[in-house]
Ligand binder design. Structure first.
Ligand SMILES: C[S@@+](CC[C@H](N)C(=O)[O-])C[C@H]1O[C@@H](n2cnc3c(N)ncnc32)[C@H](O)[C@@H]1O
Length: 303
């Protein structure tokens, strides 16, 4: 056998390219992405940088299949057309492109501050039925947490409030129906104190489908509605004593953030409280508020 024949052959590894997985025609091109991101920013305020292109492509991929489109070009032509069902698809697209990450008692220090300072301050001001708004409520964990906090406060301070009411809004209809169903995987409540789980949650009996659901007394105080922060005015009545608008503004540019904050403050009663997410702020603006804790603001009483 000659040496040439026993020499191991070098086998060229096939060049694995993204196009092998997604043929060019099934990729979201930079131009198509731009159309979607421009639309999203105008309609919802959400900024989608180019770095999110592959994520957006992945999130919309299933819509192409469901609607039997061969590529993103066909999908985009349909979504932005006046054809029947295009408006429904816009709602669906917005649903898919929003980020809904949330959990029970997220940013716990806010709920501690609410119990220790904000609610006693409302009692002092003679408020008997606090009006609360969870703005950008996602799948409901935030408003249900607020409801639990209110119940805990009323249990520990009997006679201070006669009742309370919570409005919870989001732009995404899909996430709002999840919030109304209120069925949460059991691990989402695992880390909560035992006393809170026992008192405020029901547990499914089916071991194959373990989920938790806030009890009716917690859920009944929360009313869900669709609201887009880009609406010219928020027709929220009555005005609120407490607004939570957390981890939403980070998706907007600065002018949009300031516009939304201004409209939220308009929905507060004088002396009402606005909670923003821990990485959000309203520095450098002339709103009639003072900072009372980290990312918690109180509207001026004289306003
Ligand atoms: C990351 S979640 C925050 C949920 C909750 N506030 C929290 O802090 O855990 C952001 C939510 O804001 C909603 N959202 C984004 N843009 C919106 C808009 N223009 N109007 C109303 N809601 C919007 C999204 O649908 C999403 O459910």
């Amino acid at each position: 056998m000659s040496e040439a024949l026993i020499k191991p052959q070098t086998i060229e590894a096939p060049q694995l390219q993204l196009t092998t997985l997604y043929p060019q025609s099934q990729q979201l091109s930079p131009q198509q992405f731009k159309r979607i991101s421009t639309f999203m920013e105008k309609t919802t305020g959400i900024k989608l940088p180019e770095s999110k292109r592959s994520m957006i492509q992945a999130r919309l991929a299933n819509r192409l299949k469901v609607l039997n489109f061969e590529n993103y070009s066909q999908y985009i032509d349909f979504v932005f057309s006046s054809q029947e069902h295009a408006t429904e698809e816009i709602t669906m697209m917005i649903d898919l492109l929003t980020t809904n990450l949330t959990h029970f008692f997220r940013e716990q220090t806010h709920f501690d501050f609410m119990q220790q300072s904000v609610l006693p301050s409302l009692v002092k001001d003679g408020i008997s039925k606090p009006e609360i708004w969870s703005a950008g409520c996602s799948s409901g964990e935030e408003p249900y947490t607020l409801s639990i906090v209110m119940r805990e406060f009323m249990k520990n301070n009997p006679g201070q409030f006669s009742d309370y009411s919570i409005l919870a809004t989001d732009i995404s209809t899909r996430i709002l129906s999840k919030a109304i169903d209120a069925l949460y995987p059991i691990d989402t409540v695992e880390k909560l104190p035992y006393s809170i789980k026992k008192q405020y949650f029901l547990k499914s009996k089916d071991p194959n489908k373990p989920f938790a659901k806030p009890k009716a007394e917690v859920r009944n105080k929360v009313k869900f509605e669709r609201l887009n922060f880009m609406d010219s005015a928020y027709r929220i009545q009555p005005k609120k004593n407490i607004i939570f608008c957390r981890n939403v503004l980070i998706y907007f540019d600065k002018p949009t953030q300031l516009e939304v904050i201004g409209k939220l403050i308009d929905c507060l009663v004088p002396g009402g409280f606005l909670f923003l997410g821990h990485s959000e702020t309203i520095f450098g603006s002339n709103f009639p508020v003072k900072t009372v804790s980290t990312t918690v603001f109180q509207k001026t009483k004289e306003y």
